[in-house]
Design a protein around this ligand. Structure first.
Ligand code: T5A
Length: 204
């Protein structure tokens, strides 16, 4: 693949969307072809799945939840991410496999290794070359997100659930330092952007 794949990870309200917007603007100014996208979503099918996942009001089996996130991802890779990488674009993706490992593997208790294996199967070798993880106390992130909109099904989980997600991300960071870089999301947005661009310029 000729392009470069960057994923953005973090708990709720960590600042991924804000960072992706700024980064896309900057990379475009530098002459790169950039594609911004998100998970779940990014395709028509994926956006339908997103609505089910975030707004469904009945209890959802953890296995059903994982399967839906993976279904959205498989479609996303076939329709959007794969072709963009083949066309030489820089893909900025709000969440990817690490979200499934942290949320469904760790917080829902399906097992980080098992979920990681499923993700590898579904993503058919399409993996981020660089991941920027915005690390933040979940209480702060949830408060930021709450200012923006009504809580969705996953945001409404207990604080313990959100703490498990942060612990899982930190575990991935310890295991995969070459790819999975931590940025302190408590810094002001301009500083987060500066740190992120430093990492991107080292890799792209
Ligand atoms: N999920 C997803 C899974 O469980 N498994 C999976 O496999 C996948 C792919 C997605 C949900 O699905 C789950 C995870 C999620 O629960 P979502 O709406 O996309 O749902 O959720 P988030 O990705 O968390 O999106 P948010 O919009 O809530 O958070 P962002 O994008 O991280 O934050 P952002 O940029 O919108 O910022 C939130 C607020 O904070 C301010 C912004 O201005 C904004 O008001 N802000 C800052 N404030 C202070 N300092 C900074 N540095 C700031 N940066 C931004």
């Amino acid at each position: 693949m000729r392009g470069f794949f960057i994923s953005f990870e973090g708990g709720e309200g960590a600042g991924k969307t804000t960072l992706i917007e700024e980064m896309a603007r900057q990379l475009s100014k530098e002459g790169h072809h950039v594609l911004k996208t998100r998970e779940p979503g990014g395709t028509k099918l994926g956006e339908h799945i997103r609505a089910i996942l975030l707004q469904h009001t009945e209890p959802v089996s953890a296995y059903a939840e994982l399967s839906l996130f993976l279904a959205s991802r498989a479609q996303h890779i076939m329709e959007v991410i794969g072709p963009a990488l083949e066309a030489g674009k820089i893909v900025l993706c709000d969440r990817f496999n690490d979200s499934s490992v942290a949320y469904q593997g760790a917080a829902r208790g399906l097992g980080m290794e098992q979920v990681s294996a499923f993700c590898k199967f579904i993503s058919q070798g399409v993996e981020p070359q660089l991941t920027l993880y915005l690390d933040l106390d979940p209480r702060i992130g949830l408060a930021r997100a709450a200012k923006e909109r009504k809580q969705d099904r996953i945001e409404a989980e207990t604080i313990m659930f959100h703490e498990k997600i942060r612990e899982a991300y930190l575990e991935i960071h310890r295991a995969e330092r070459h790819r999975f870089h931590l940025i302190d999301a408590n810094l002001p947005p301009a500083k987060v952007f500066e740190e992120a661009m430093k990492l991107v310029h080292q890799h792209v």
